[in-house]
Design a protein around this ligand. Sequence first.
Ligand code: GMT
Length: 382
Amino acid sequence: MKIGIVCYPTFGGSGVLATELGKALADKGHQVHLISYRQPARMDSFHENIFFHEVRIADYPLFEYPPYESALSSKLVDVIQYEQLDMLHVHYAIPHAATAFMAKQILAEKGYHIPVITTLHGTDITLVGKDETYEPVVSFSINQSDGVTAVSEYLKADTFKHFNITRPIEVIPNFVDMKRFMPANKDHFRKAIAPDGEKIMIHTSNFRKVKRVEDVVLIFHKVNKEVPSKLLLIGDGPERPHIENLCRQLGTCDQIRFLGKQEAVEELLAISDLFIMPSASESFGLAALEAMACRVPVISSNTGGIPEINIQGETGFLSDVGNIEDMAQNALILLRDPGMLEKFRENALRQAQTHDIKHILPKYEAYYQQVIRESKQDPVMS
Ligand code: GMT
């Protein structure tokens, strides 16, 4: 099959997931055309079945806001027609579902039918999408997609709750490539970070407000008073200056390492004891699943789709959003009990294995076939 994939190229979860899906489809022999404004962060090596198409925006002094949607739609028309694609799969509804609709209409005028699947990832629905600035376009373009998937049951329910959706949504959960996330023996690396055998807590995110990185630092501050420990903060984003200031105020700078954007996140996860995800909203929590793939239990909030992957009292502990005290206590319970921590590590690994790409990829392939079949039967409706 020849598949076009549209995504954000950044370290955000939707871009990571879309790129990993593209790589897995390419490994299975499909031809994958990745379309974005920059080479996606996780597209780190050459693959004979992956083709990257960069969307360029012609600048003009009149454009205070460059018309990215128009440039993307035009690029889609070009790639789909020239490469004779069978399917277009867009990740994150804004603006990708609307641009896909536009490209589909233009191609229809030329007699070319392209089925479109939109995958909803999270904030495109839960935060940004339902804002009145975007809602009418998001609702319309979801309904115009030939297929729609959501990454969790929670996100599916939330989409029906907040939008007037007239078509079914298929839940296909996010995945990890267990081969990539195999924990390696990194004792020397661990020694460099925690020379005196301190416990290591880790958080990865794009440092947006919704991630509540401040809570991560406050939880760590409480834990660190009781158990010698270090905190690794991976990623970057708008909240970082504020978080750095907070560390200075708390006097914890020596215990906290800001490591910025890291491609080999698995190497850092592999030396960690606990993953902290106190998010205010999280449709799935791919970063937590990646931690579990490295045998790292998760201390998280109980919001959104997180309880679908982090199982209370098995793979980690869940608390109400903002309950720093409870999260710190849960972290201490695990860090003080090596037997319990080991048990949770095994559970976390087993949970991640159920989301291995080898189980999830066939779901996407079957859904592609279904959507292509259905849209052929009813090309006018689709
Ligand atoms: O918030 C992010 O990390 C980025 C965002 C995105 O769409 O790029 O992530 C969302 O999609 C991920 C992949 O499906 C999910 O694992 C995240 O839970 C979701 N983020 C939120 O819902 C806040």
